[in-house]
Write a protein that binds this ligand. Structure first.
Ligand code: PMP
Ligand code: GLN
Length: 384
């Protein structure tokens, strides 16, 4: 049998690999990004209410109206514009699906897509499965800001789209108004589409605010805003996300969604719609996570690692380039097996595996767990 792989370079993701290693080693898992605490019992009760209430058959293809409306209202409240719930909001099975469907809706074979690196692992396979060609633009150290002149220099007549992510996984960089303005120039000048991954939209520190690309009238016309409830409500296992896009883009997006999953789990959509009526549920997130980030940074300050405080997301990067040239893959494995704290080597977020001796920790964990992890990480000098 000669099966020609469409993704010959792809193996098991680092998130799966490191979670498995953490389990084998009985290590604290600060690798894969998921909260180490439960969701709000109020939300869980709502799920019980809707499952018991008989809301268990297929949802409408584009999502339950109540949830589309609740998302439009949230967008008005947080970003100052109101997407039309029926034609511009689509509920999907996680941001992963939103991203895949958005790429599939716009990429034709041979189209180039600008990818800012380090990049979340699902973008490139989704581009390549659609016959697209990723064109990489490195983010700038030390804070992983975008070099807009460099990005502009990578545009060709084949460039169809750019994928962006703020707050950024893995660096925690949060876009400024200037970044949005620069993107607007690039997009309008070259007629690009934008896939905007905004899954960490509600996790921001030091009074930073999230500027959704949908809030910019020019960008909105050409952007698929991809969001998720995974991080906002501590439910990564639910896989419910959404896409906000103008009607012409949403129409094409829905054609893909219709045959990718058709519709998304029904009772959870009703539960989330009712839960979203209380805006405090997402407005309280920055303060909740700021405490965890600060606790984590305080502990990291007692280690030889160098770091820039994360501005958003629930990840913190640390560099050990000044201490050792060990590969980040090797150090992440040693940390897991010897110090019993799992983390992610950041080289996996680069297409060419570029190793800058940087590790990523997820601090979305209970305080006691973070404290114990820090206690262990403080022994890291023994590995160099
Ligand atoms: N984008 C980024 C940047 C992520 O970190 C993740 C992982 N949660 C996703 C997309 C996927 O989100 P979901 O779980 O909703 O598919
Ligand atoms: N988004 C999560 C992270 O960056 C991982 C999700 C996954 O395991 N695919 O850690």
């Amino acid at each position: 049998m000669s099966l020609i792989s469409k993704l010959p370079q792809v193996g098991t993701t680092i998130f799966t690999t490191m979670s498995r290693m953490a389990q084998e080693e009985n290590a604290i898992n600060l690798a894969q990004g998921f909260p180490g605490f439960g969701s709000d019992p109020v939300l869980l009760e709502l799920v019980a209410k809707y499952t018991r209430g008989g809301f268990n058959q297929y949802a409408p293809m584009s999502g339950v109206s109540e949830l589309k409306l609740a998302l439009a209202t949230k967008t008005q409240l947080t970003q100052g514009y109101y997407p039309d719930p029926e034609s511009e909001v689509t509920i999907v099975s996680g941001a992963t699906e939103a991203l895949f469907a958005a790429f599939t809706a716009i990429i034709h074979p041979g189209d180039e897509v600008i990818v800012l690196e380090p990049a979340y692992d699902s973008y490139v396979p989704a581009i390549e499965l659609n016959g697209g060609i990723p064109v990489f633009v490195p983010l700038q150290s030390p804070d992983f800001a975008v070099d807009w002149a460099l990005a502009a220099s990578k545009i060709s007549s084949k460039t169809r789209a750019i994928v962006v992510n703020s707050p950024h996984n893995p660096s925690g960089y949060v876009w400024s108004q200037e970044d949005v303005d620069n993107l607007e120039d690039l997009v309008t000048q070259h007629g690009l589409f934008v896939i905007s991954d905004e899954v960490y939209e509600h996790i921001l520190f030091d009074a930073k605010s999230h500027i959704s690309l949908g809030s910019n009238a020019k960008l909105r016309e050409r952007t698929f805003v991809c969001g998720s409830f995974s991080k906002t409500f501590h439910v990564t296992g639910w896989k419910i996300g959404y896409c906000l896009a103008p009607k012409v883009l949403s129409t094409e997006f829905r054609k893909v969604h219709q045959y990718l999953t058709f519709s998304t789990v029904t009772p959870l959509q009703y539960a989330l719609a009712e839960y979203l009526e209380d805006a405090e549920k997402y407005f309280e997130l920055p303060a909740f996570y700021q405490k965890k980030r600060d606790l984590f940074l305080k502990g990291l300050a007692l280690t030889p690692f160098q770091f820039q405080p994360s501005q958003g997301s629930f990840f913190q990067l640390v560099s050990y380039a000044h201490l050792s040239k060990k590969s980040d893959l090797f150090l992440a494995e040693q940390m897991t097996r010897q110090l019993k704290v799992a983390c992610i080597p950041v080289s996996v977020f680069y297409s060419n595996g570029q190793d800058n001796q940087v590790l990523r920790f997820c601090f979305a964990k209970k305080d006691e767990e973070l404290e114990e992890a820090l206690h262990r990480i403080q022994k890291v000098a023994s590995l160099f």
